[in-house]
Design a protein around this ligand. Structure first.
Ligand code: FAD
Length: 293
């Protein structure tokens, strides 16, 4: 796919290539009372050297957040830290990033990738918590059948969880396939996480799940500091503004970096639905339809 086309598709969803771009976007979000989580774009690492570059890049991000006084934490992918090269390498890198974060009072969200990485990701999270690192959270995917069991198994840790539907295409044996089935699982997981006393980041743009999320936090009597909503940069901005206006805390996922092309292409290949979103979004912009934005 031509770079120019991919760039056009991804432009709204990526802050830019440099840390200065990321700082500018986060500053704008903060001014609009939105928090951020910065993601340094990195594809699956193929060498130890690449993983060290990512560790370094996150170090620079923590420095920038502190220096600029930004309201942002970070999100990180374990394959960029070498999960598919060697567990021990990834472990060492992840501990470094989490320690850097702690030095400036920051927080690391470990993104969840495809199902081949789920068990190792959760194991690394347990290891971190086992060694007293509390400035770290995970992501659970409602599409995966195992997530409800993972919630029960993790309960003693009261994990800080970002709950998502799950972006990866997974087989029926391990993942719900139907739209409504996944919505039901999302609500079930959210209830169980609340039951477990977890802090939950409700990460969705789905109108039904936004409504359910708001209903469940109200039902439990949670104050705005006890949960947050999360959305992706450039997606459903009107709905995002509504959440903020209604007094909910909202964090925006802000990817940036040199690897925007590989990142965007992979997302498009992994889930062609994204291309559909972009197309329908462009159409509604062209024809002025508000739709569900
Ligand atoms: C902050 C955040 C972090 C995430 N982290 C992870 C993760 O670590 N692992 C993981 O597997 N998944 C992650 N996801 C992706 C998630 O799993 C879903 O694939 C994605 O959010 C779409 O599901 P939805 O709940 O928004 O509902 P959908 O029904 O898919 O989307 C609702 C509407 O939102 C709009 N929309 C949704 N996504 C996009 C998009 N990408 N571009 C343009 N429009 C869009 C469309 O208008 C769509 O109709 C994350 C999502 C968010 C918001």
């Amino acid at each position: 796919m031509p770079r120019s086309l991919v760039r056009r598709v991804s432009d709204r969803y990526i802050a830019g290539t440099t840390i200065a771009d990321a700082v500018r976007v986060v500053r704008e979000l903060n001014a609009a009372e939105k928090m951020a989580t910065l993601d340094v774009l990195g594809e699956e690492a193929t060498s130890r050297r690449e993983t060290l570059e990512i560790v370094r890049a996150y170090h620079d991000v923590f420095e920038a957040i502190e220096r600029e006084g930004l309201d942002s934490n970070v999100s990180i992918k374990l394959t960029a830290l070498g999960l598919n090269l060697a567990y021990e390498l990834c472990r060492a890198n992840l501990f470094k990033v989490v320690r850097h974060a702690a030095e400036s009072g920051n927080f690391v969200r470990i993104d969840m990738e495809d199902s081949t990485t789920t068990s190792d990701t959760l194991e690394l999270y347990r290891e971190l918590r086992g060694e007293g690192h509390d400035n770290v959270g995970i992501v659970l995917q409602a599409a995966l059948r195992r997530s409800i069991r993972d919630i029960h198994a993790l309960q003693p840790l009261r994990p800080n969880v970002r709950l998502v539907k799950g972006i990866y295409l997974e087989p029926p044996l391990i993942a719900f396939q139907g739209f409504e089935e996944i919505q039901e699982s999302f609500v079930r997981c959210l209830r169980e996480l609340h039951q477990a006393g977890s802090y939950v980041a409700i990460a969705t743009h789905d109108e039904h799940l936004l409504t359910e999320g708001k209903r469940l936090v109200a039902e439990r009597g949670l104050t705005p500091e006890q949960y947050e909503f999360q959305m992706l940069l450039g997606v459903r901005e009107l709905a995002a503004n509504r959440l903020v206006r209604d007094g909910h805390r909202l964090r925006i996922y802000v990817p940036f970096g040199e690897h925007w092309y590989q990142y965007s292409l992979r997302r498009l290949q992994e889930n062609p639905k994204i291309a559909g979103y972009v197309a329908s979004d462009t159409m509604s912009r062209l024809f002025g339809a508000d739709g569900r934005r």
